[in-house]
Design a protein around this ligand. Structure first.
Ligand code: GAP
Length: 553
């Protein structure tokens, strides 16, 4: 691919704006960082993703039910869940440019290059600072010149002798780079590795943790490059606060939920008492969550207001490992089934040292976005931690009584937790494609096409009369209305050359275009054009609805 990830993202963002998938929130006032609106096509795409999830994880199963909980809950919920005490990110502020930065997402890289003499001097210094590196030969260290963005988009280092750059990516992004030799941990959270760049060159990279880098050194601010301007890291709670009622004091303080999961835990007993569900069973919820992210970034990927689709699956502790593996693999396959290429999807099992203290196992389903490989969904075995916490803080019994075995226990919870906006962004990135298609005269023309899975495509079918006369619009209108009556989102268009109408639908990702032409008047057939193969076939006009239905469901 000639273009880099940034160029691709720029094109995608422009298409999303131009065609009405995604707009900046409150754009006429200059927008607001971390908030986005979905336009007419975007809202349909997002709804189709949520519907596909709900259909597959709730409606098609006997062991799952749904919930829709309030966004604002009793603040004790957040004490019990640990969000009030621990849901925070370390933040540093640049005294010069006043930017706030996530300390744990900032690492200082020393990237070695053999092209400038100065490198040797500096390398000696660094080798003295990190004795473990002294064991490497200079030839190994002076491996290659650095090209910005070469290292799988993870290392943004300015070319230089020993160049030093603060990157926004975290160390786990680097760990995931292709061809990374074993990471070697040094003192103070610093580590180094050899990394293979996209060009095939190898780099030696030292990642110096921000804790070390900030202590007494004069590192440059990643935003404005001023030196010695970064404050100490301090904890910043991510929950948005508000107040209920007329008085704004500590007794009326409430929080916008940062995850939908806690509403499910609080209702677990209500569900057991009002349904016939028995362990193992799960509760699913789709809804808005809010996090006052320090650095919203990468378009909608990290937003301050977003939607989650979460499952809490309650099972016997002895069966938890089995259910964890089941959900992890089922959720991974779900994305592939809806068109995400498996080569761009990764299942990353967390190392033991990455796990939260209460979690027994956890895996991230990651997608290779143009800006780097990042988490789409996490699947965790959360043990009985959440229910035990709520039992402790609420004083309500959270145990389950199995009337067959007569056993009483607090169920373990397996939690597949995905983001609707991240899934939408991944499906948008995956769909974006540039190729050529012949125009009316058969000459190849460049086109941009969104190759959505038909189940997710916002518009399923477009209907065109070839010309605006001879009764063609009336026939096309009837087909269009029949599609709508059959719940197939359809678009009618009679304006402009038919080639241009096709191209508009390609950009919207419409899988099928139906054209009513002269032959329709003779034999009541129409052409169906397939968005991806560009193949055209004639079918009976009254068979359009079953034809499209069969292919989009
Ligand atoms: N209940 C567990 C939980 O909330 P999480 O990993 O913090 O876990 C789950 O969030 C998913 O929610 C993520 O995998 C991601 O898809 C989505 N998500 C989290 N923070 C987000 C943000 N700031 N913007 C968009 N999506 C986000």
């Amino acid at each position: 691919m000639a273009e880099n990830g940034n160029e691709l993202m720029d094109k995608l963002v422009a298409l999303c704006k131009r065609r009405g998938f995604i707009f900046q929130s409150s754009e006429i006032y200059g927008g607001i960082n971390g908030f986005w609106d979905y336009g007419p096509l975007g809202v349909e795409l997002k709804r189709n993703i949520k519907d596909a999830w709900w259909e597959d994880v709730v409606r098609k199963r006997d062991d799952m039910v749904g919930l829709d909980c309030s966004i604002i809950m009793n603040p004790k919920v957040w004490e019990a869940s640990g969000h009030l005490g621990g849901f925070s990110d370390p933040m540093v502020t640049c005294k010069e440019c006043k930017k706030h930065l996530r300390a744990d997402k900032m690492f200082f890289l020393h990237v070695f290059n053999d092209e400038q003499k100065e490198a040797l001097v500096n390398a000696t210094e660094v080798r003295a600072k990190y004795p473990a590196i002294a064991a490497l030969t200079v030839a190994t260290i002076m491996d290659a010149a650095v090209e910005a963005d070469d290292v799988n988009g993870a290392v943004h280092a300015a070319p230089g002798a020993i160049s030093e750059a603060a990157v926004k990516h975290n160390v786990s992004d680097l760990r995931k780079c292709k061809g990374v030799d074993a990471w070697v941990a040094l003192d103070g959270g610093t580590s180094y590795a050899r990394i293979e760049g996209k060009s095939g060159k190898w780099y030696l990279v030292i990642v110096e943790s921000v804790k070390l880098a900030l202590s007494g050194s004069d590192r440059a601010c990643p935003a404005c490059h001023a030196r010695n301007t970064l404050t100490e890291a301090r904890q910043f709670n991510l929950m948005f606060e508000s107040w209920t009622g007329a008085m704004q004091d500590s007794s009326s303080k409430v929080y916008l939920r940062p995850e939908t999961a806690q509403g499910i835990f609080c209702n677990y007993k209500n569900v057991l008492d009002t349904t016939r569900m028995k362990v193992p069973f799960g509760i699913a919820q789709i809804g808005k969550s809010f996090r006052n992210e320090i650095n919203p970034r990468n378009y909608t990927f990290r937003s301050r207001e977003f939607e989650q689709m979460e499952i809490e699956f309650f099972c016997h502790p002895k069966e938890a490992d089995k259910w964890y593996e089941y959900w992890r693999d089922a959720r991974f396959q779900w994305y592939i089934g809806l068109g995400l290429q498996s080569s761009k999807l990764r299942l990353r099992n967390h190392e033991k040292d990455e796990l939260a203290f209460y979690a027994r196992s956890c895996a991230d389903i990651e997608y290779e976005f143009p800006f780097g490989t990042s988490e789409l969904e996490g699947v965790a075995n959360r043990t009985d931690y959440d229910l035990t916490q709520h039992q402790k803080f609420s004083g309500k019994d959270m145990t389950y009584f199995d009337d067959q075995t007569k056993e009483k226990f607090i169920p373990y919870v397996i939690e597949p937790s995905g983001g609707v906006d991240r899934a939408t962004l991944a499906f948008l990135c995956e769909a974006y494609c540039e190729d050529t298609a012949p125009d009316e005269n058969g000459a190849p023309q460049a086109r941009t096409v969104m190759k959505f899975h038909p189940r997710l495509a916002p518009v399923k079918v477009a209907v065109f009369p070839l010309v605006k006369k001879e009764g063609m619009p009336e026939i096309a209108q009837k087909i269009h209305q029949d599609c709508k009556k059959a719940s197939l989102p359809s678009f009618y268009d009679e304006k402009g050359a038919v080639g241009r109408r096709y191209r508009r639908q390609d950009e919207a990702g419409t899988p099928f275009c139906i054209t009513v032409d002269g032959q329709t008047l003779q034999d009541q057939t129409v052409t169906v054009r397939d968005r991806d193969s560009l193949r055209q076939e004639r079918i009976a006009a009254d068979k359009v609805v079953p034809y499209v239905k069969e292919r989009v469901s």
